[in-house]
Design a protein around this ligand. Structure first.
Ligand code: FE2
Ligand code: FE2
Length: 192
């Protein structure tokens, strides 16, 4: 399956606003994956598909993950909506017939990030946060994020902003997000 076919499938089961967001994510995925010499087609496919499970019921996603032996973080158990990445990641190879670990890890970790999400995951994480439809950012914010010289610093910048946001709503950062930040601060690099 190629990107165009996948886009058609996704468009049929999403609200217009969510599909619009997904197209915005694809746009950033394309630019960043070109810039960092990653697989552009695969990156666009993760972009269009990442929120595929967004409308599934939270408790159903939790039992789906249990049934399919998908790891669930404590924060996801507390807010099962966060599991839409894990569920979409399970479906991605089964729907596209593309069995590529890089895509699965990228989609799995697009919400909370992970040291294990890989370069493609870093692209998706940054794209999901900063696509042009996101109202919490202005053009200057986007320039700050996209102006970083590598994916590691871009993800760090997004994590810093997520941390500030968590603070304002008095909710601690997820463990896996803190681990990702520490991994990057100690010089960790995402796998290509
Ligand atoms: Fe999402
Ligand atoms: Fe998203």
């Amino acid at each position: 399956m190629d990107y165009t076919e996948l886009e058609k499938i996704v468009s049929q089961q999403m609200k217009a606003s969510r599909f619009e967001h997904s197209l915005g994510v694809v746009e950033v995925c394309e630019v960043l994956s070109r810039r960092f010499r990653l697989d552009v087609e695969l990156s666009r496919m993760t972009g269009i598909f990442h929120d595929w499970a967004r409308y599934m019921d939270g408790s159903k996603m939790l039992s789906f993950c249990r049934k399919n032996s998908i790891e669930v973080y404590a924060e996801e158990e507390a807010s099962p909506m966060l599991l839409h990445g894990a569920v979409a990641a399970w479906y991605f190879p089964r729907i596209t017939n593309i069995w590529d670990d890089r895509a699965v890890k990228a989609i799995r970790n697009h919400t909370l990030a992970s040291p294990d999400m890989g370069a493609l995951g870093a692209v998706l994480y940054v794209a999901d946060y900063s696509e042009k439809g996101r109202r919490h950012l202005d053009d200057n914010d986007r320039l700050i994020i996209w102006g970083k010289p590598n994916l590691e610093q871009m993800v760090l910048e997004v994590l810093k902003r997520e941390e500030e946001y968590s603070f304002t709503v008095s909710r601690p950062m997820a463990d896996i997000s803190v681990k990702t930040r520490d991994f990057l601060l100690s010089g960790g690099k995402f796998e290509i």
